[in-house]
Design a protein around this ligand. Structure first.
Ligand code: ZN
Length: 104
């Protein structure tokens, strides 16, 4: 049986385990989730403004709809940015805790 160590309590768990059987910590690597988040944010920032330019150039869509979509995309971008910075901060503090635990 393949064994690895829990990234929180360092007890032996199965490689296939999604959660630690001792402390219940999720075993998904942080690097992957950071990469996914960065990709989502980048896509959002690239596609968002691009879609807005397309939208405003279109003559078949009314100004009212253009304004509503612009506001929605802007608000969405702000919320996404706030959410992401919070998430990244969480993951960074987890990293720092892990480093402190290794050093102590
Ligand atoms: Zn554990």
């Amino acid at each position: 049986m393949n064994e690895k160590k829990c990234r929180k309590c360092r007890k032996e768990i199965d490689v296939e385990d999604m959660y630690c059987r001792w402390c219940g910590t999720k075993q998904v690597s942080d690097e992957n989730s950071i990469m996914v988040m960065i990709t989502v944010v980048l896509l959002f920032f690239v596609i968002g403004p691009f879609c807005l330019i397309k939208l405003w150039k279109s003559e078949t869509i009314s100004v009212k709809i253009k304004r509503v979509v612009t506001i929605l995309v802007t608000v969405g971008t702000i919320f996404l940015t706030l959410y992401m910075s919070q998430k990244i901060e969480q993951i960074l503090s987890q990293y720092i805790n892990t480093i402190n635990m290794i050093n102590s």
